[in-house]
Design a protein around this ligand. Structure first.
Ligand SMILES: Nc1ncnc2c1ncn2[C@@H]1O[C@H](COP(=O)(O)OP(=O)(O)O)[C@@H](O)[C@H]1O
Ligand SMILES: [Mg+2]
Length: 327
């Protein structure tokens, strides 16, 4: 059994015409100990998908269809009590833009300890303190700084505190939503390396969200790329960025759209046009308007996510038609 199995998930927000689907039929699986990256341009539904896992979606949103099985339990069917039991202790979230969410008048040590005290009554005060110091060291902050305040830390160090906090109740899955976006390039690489090493050290599963696919290539075991509420392509990093390569025209464009944070890259090639307005009815492939290689059927037929072998799957008519040869 996979740790997380999302099947045909549909999540909507209300609009003037009724509702629109920010997540529109997504399948995503995460294995125990697996580090999965989720990429896609801003507004494609990454945060909505992530927040649906521990049921932290805004009140006015709606899970209209699909299931989310975490450790064999459907989180969409849990009541508040059931959700309290899994949040922090089973699944924790590093929220997008949370870098400045630390309480300025509370020491970082007590902020890391707080979730343990609130969510895990079986842990004594001494154990919580010891765990806090261990976590600080694990995220690269000397433990003697536990009594310092957030303003005494740089942005990168504050992000390390947020990561320690997310690990405080020893969850099985950590969801990190754009954890490096606000940081400088050097610090970005360090935080990615840290997340990877913590994932291995504590045998965590990790869902790392970034609009920049190239940062995921160097960190994740597997990547999924979303476009306009759907998964365009997913597969093991070793295939998508290695032997086989990215197959979906959108994945290929996304890879060329950002400078690589670890290597100098000469050309940054933006993707012309804009993602579709999700609130209008979609027909055909959502990327068709911006796609250089679109076929006539792409304008009318929605492509299914098709397995092309090696656990890589792609939602593209052209790839499906040319499938012989890529396996
Ligand atoms: N709280 C919200 N209320 C209404 N619409 C939202 C809300 N959050 C996101 N959306 C809309 O849902 C779509 C997906 O957004 P989001 O999940 O934040 O994407 P991403 O994280 O990939 O940038 C966008 O069209 C966005 O405007
Ligand atoms: Mg987001």
């Amino acid at each position: 059994m996979s740790l997380l199995e999302i099947r045909d998930l549909h999540v909507s927000y209300p609009n003037r015409k009724g509702e629109f689907f920010a997540v529109d039929g997504v399948d995503l699986t995460i294995e125990q100990g697996e580090f999965v990256g989720l990429a896609g341009e801003s507004g494609c539904g990454k945060t909505t998908l992530a927040l649906s896992i521990p049921q932290l979606l805004p009140e006015h949103s709606r899970i209209a269809a699909g299931s989310i099985s975490f450790n064999g339990v459907d989180t969409t069917a849990l009541n508040e009590e059931g959700l309290r039991a899994i949040r922090w202790k089973e699944i924790s979230v590093i929220f997008q833009g949370a870098l400045n969410a630390l309480n300025p008048v509370q020491t970082i040590g007590s902020q890391i300890q707080e979730p343990i005290r609130i969510h895990d009554e079986s842990v004594s005060k001494k154990e919580a303190q010891d765990r806090t110091l261990e976590l600080l060291e694990a995220v690269g902050i000397p433990s003697h700084r536990a009594s310092d305040f957030p303003h005494q830390f740089s942005g990168g160090m504050r992000q390390r505190v947020m990561i320690a906090m997310a690990l405080s109740c020893m969850p099985k899955l950590v969801i990190a939503d754009e954890p490096i976006t606000a940081l400088d390039v050097m610090t970005q690489a360090q935080i990615l390396d840290l997340l990877r090493s913590l994932c291995d050290k504590y045998k965590l599963s990790m869902l790392l969200i970034s609009h920049d696919l190239s940062v995921l290539a160097q960190t994740c075991d597997r990547v999924a790329v979303m476009y306009a509420g759907k998964v365009a392509e997913q597969g093991p990093t070793s295939r998508v960025f290695g032997s086989v390569g990215a197959q979906h025209p959108y994945t290929q464009r996304l890879l060329r759209a950002y400078p690589n944070i670890r290597h100098e890259r000469k050309f940054i090639d933006g993707i012309p046009g804009y993602p579709p307005d999700l609130s209008t009815l979609q027909v055909g492939c959502r990327f068709a308007d911006r796609c250089d290689v679109a076929l006539s059927r792409c304008a009318t037929e929605v492509p299914d996510l098709i397995d092309i072998g090696g656990n890589q799957s792609v939602a593209c008519h052209l790839v499906s038609e040319n499938q012989v040869g890529v396996q």
